[in-house]
Design a protein around this ligand. Structure first.
Ligand code: DER
Length: 242
């Protein structure tokens, strides 16, 4: 589909323009449907005689179960964040990018390890299709709310505090249905709450307010973290935001 092509073009361009294959070794691989093409591209570097001497040195760090599978199915070497606490570069998707390169992430429920990895790298490159680019504020195109990872025993308390303390319009526990009855359980054995704050003018403030609530592990607001963002268009063109 043209949407998949848009994702692929963005991912390939992002890797080709930002991966310094002679110097970068520890590479973070995000989660979601766009980063599939990042792993695909990295796998091509392995097979290309021009790059394989370097690419065989790559160690790829996952951001969850799906990410780990992407690394393995593309023949890449899997490493752990415990072994490689500092990464050279990270490629990951996003749910929405605002004009200041602030992000909403977590649509795929992997935000904790994504943020652990993206904040452990010198360069964090976002790969996305055109739908993710917000004309102004976060909460404009992505209307499903800010994903928040919470400790299961604290989810009722967090729902309450979001509404009473942070005036959140609507906050819900993310359900697994129809795939699975009951709540989504993350790779870290936590729950996800999606909290709708409408358009978010000051995501850096909202992130801190949410983070302070008892029971919150991490928020899907990625502040001053992304270095660049690549947006693929259906016509095959790619827009770069820095
Ligand atoms: O959850 C996330 O932040 C993922 O990166 C995901 O939302 C990216 O979205 P995609 O599947 O459209 O790439």
């Amino acid at each position: 589909s043209t949407l998949e092509q848009a994702k692929r073009f963005a991912a390939y361009r992002a890797v080709d323009e930002n991966l310094d294959y002679q110097r970068h070794r520890v590479i973070g691989v995000g989660s979601g449907s766009t980063v599939i093409y990042v792993a695909e591209r990295l796998g091509q570097y392995l097979l290309d005689p021009k790059f394989s001497i370097y690419a065989s040195q790559f160690v790829c760090i996952p951001t969850g179960f799906q990410s780990k599978e992407l690394i393995l199915t593309n023949g890449l070497t899997l490493g752990s964040i415990e072994q490689f606490p500092t990464l050279d570069i990270v490629f990951d998707g996003a749910d929405e990018v605002d004009v200041n390169l602030q992000l909403i992430k977590g649509g795929g429920g992997c935000l904790f390890q994504e943020k652990l990895i993206s904040t452990s790298a010198a360069k964090f490159i976002v790969v996305a299709d055109y739908r993710k680019r917000s004309p102004k504020y976060l909460g404009t195109n992505w209307v499903k709310g800010v994903p928040i990872e919470v400790v299961p025993s604290g989810y009722i308390r967090v729902l309450h505090d979001l509404k009473t303390k942070l005036k959140c319009k609507n906050a819900i526990l993310r359900q697994g249905a129809p795939a699975k009855a009951g709540p989504v359980v993350t790779d870290n054995c936590n729950f996800i709450i999606d909290a709708d704050f409408g358009e978010i003018e000051h995501p850096e403030i909202l992130h801190q307010d949410i983070k302070m609530l008892v029971g919150v592990v991490e928020t899907g607001l990625f502040i001053d973290n992304a270095s660049k963002a690549y947006f693929g268009n259906p016509d095959g063109s790619v827009e770069l935001q820095v």
